[in-house]
Design a protein around this ligand. Structure first.
Ligand SMILES: *Cc1c(COP(=O)(O)O)cnc(C)c1O
Length: 364
């Protein structure tokens, strides 16, 4: 039998490798408890209000959800300060990235632009749509190369992706810097700002991109319920964009991709201010502690505006990752991002953070 052939873009694509799961590590090293600081998940777990909503709506799951989840769109729009028609929800913001690429970029002609060691979904979704993906080198100290990206835009550039705060560096660019970029980019190129970690950027006003939406119809903001809202497993993300663009995306999208329980959980968590504020508090407290302590160990630590930090240990990063694993702490080595000297660690609870710092001190 001859092996099955699929599209060349797929043949050349390696599957996404997520961080190891807690169960996998427990088994491998015979550990009783494991601390996972690898996937930028919420340190406080899930909101009790969201869990209650899921339980309450469990009997309804034989029904299809309301297509286009208008109740959730309305709740998001009120929080963001836009109209319901400016919102598109998806099965994680990964789906919004996919939809943007498929709606905007023409296969075989257009390209998508981002920078080196960026979030891997921009590449994956582009390639699978037959779109060339181009990456601009970062500036010194891993900074966003906004000027070089702006200069690199051509009439074939369908979308430019900028993650801020960035994953995996944690670095953020200000609204003023993004405004300058928006002013120089042609109207026909979408400027997609991935704000998965925006809730942790301080001071918030300096990083607030919402005013750009009114001025620049090609600006799109991407957000998610996976991080500050603690719903990574429910898969809900959303895009904020012009009504013209949401109209086009609504023509192209498959129905019902946000499931019924995900919609209810997301609506519920939007009303849980305590959970949100407690999450931001524990993350900001942990971020300061991690930054000070790890710098104190003589490591390079990037200034983070996210719920994780990226640092360069004074020993081989791969070794440090393995040694932490043996001691029941999962972090993210950044080899797959092309940053093999670095580690990314998510802020956990205060107790987990202390255990991580004490263990790292021992290892270094
Ligand atoms: C975590 C993350 C997301 C969120 O993805 P979901 O599909 O909504 O879970 C988006 N962009 C970046 C850069 C992220 O790190």
């Amino acid at each position: 039998m001859s092996p099955i052939k699929v599209r060349p873009d797929v043949m050349e694509t390696k599957p996404y490798v997520p961080g190891l799961t807690i169960e996998e590590i427990k088994e491998k090293y015979s550990l009783e408890s494991v601390i996972k600081l690898a996937s930028n998940e919420n340190p406080l777990g899930a909101s009790p209000v969201a869990i209650e909503a899921i339980n309450r709506h469990a009997p309804d799951i034989f029904r299809y959800p309301h297509n286009g989840n208008p109740r959730l769109n309305k709740a998001i729009a009120e929080r963001i300060g836009v109209t319901q028609k400016n919102i598109i929800c998806g099965n994680g913001s990964d789906e919004i990235i996919d939809l943007l690429v498929r709606v905007k970029a023409e296969p075989g002609r257009d390209e998508v632009l981002s920078y080196e060691s960026c979030f891997s979904m921009y590449n994956l979704m582009s390639r699978l749509s037959g779109i060339n993906f181009r990456q601009i080198p970062r500036e010194a100290e891993h900074k966003h190369p906004l000027k070089a990206m702006t200069a690199a835009v051509t009439d074939k550039t369908a979308i430019v992706f900028v993650t801020t705060p960035d994953n995996p560096t944690g670095l953020a660019v200000t609204a003023k810097e993004v405004r300058e970029m928006a002013e120089s980019i042609p109207e026909q190129t979408i400027l997609a700002i991935d704000e998965a970690y925006i809730d942790f950027a301080t001071p918030a006003a300096e990083y607030d991109m919402r005013p750009l939406l009114k001025e620049f119809p090609n600006v799109v903001l991407l957000r998610t319920f996976s991080k500050a809202f603690g719903l990574a497993g429910m898969r809900v993300g959303f895009g904020i964009m012009s009504t013209e663009l949401t109209g086009f995306i609504n023509r192209a999208r498959p129905p019902f991709t946000v499931n019924l329980l995900a919609e209810e959980a997301a609506i519920a968590v939007l009303g849980d201010d305590k959970f949100y504020n407690d999450t931001v508090d524990v993350v900001l407290r942990g971020r300061k502690m991690f930054t000070d302590e790890i710098r104190g160990m003589g490591c390079e630590v990037l200034p983070s505006q996210a719920n994780f930090i990226m640092f360069k240990p004074t020993r081989d990063a791969g070794e440090v990752f393995e040694e932490l694993l043996k001691r029941g702490i999962i972090v993210r080595p950044l080899k797959s991002f092309g940053l093999s000297e670095y580690i990314r660690v998510t802020m956990g609870t205060d107790v987990e953070n202390k255990i991580f710092i004490d263990t790292l001190k021992e290892l270094l």
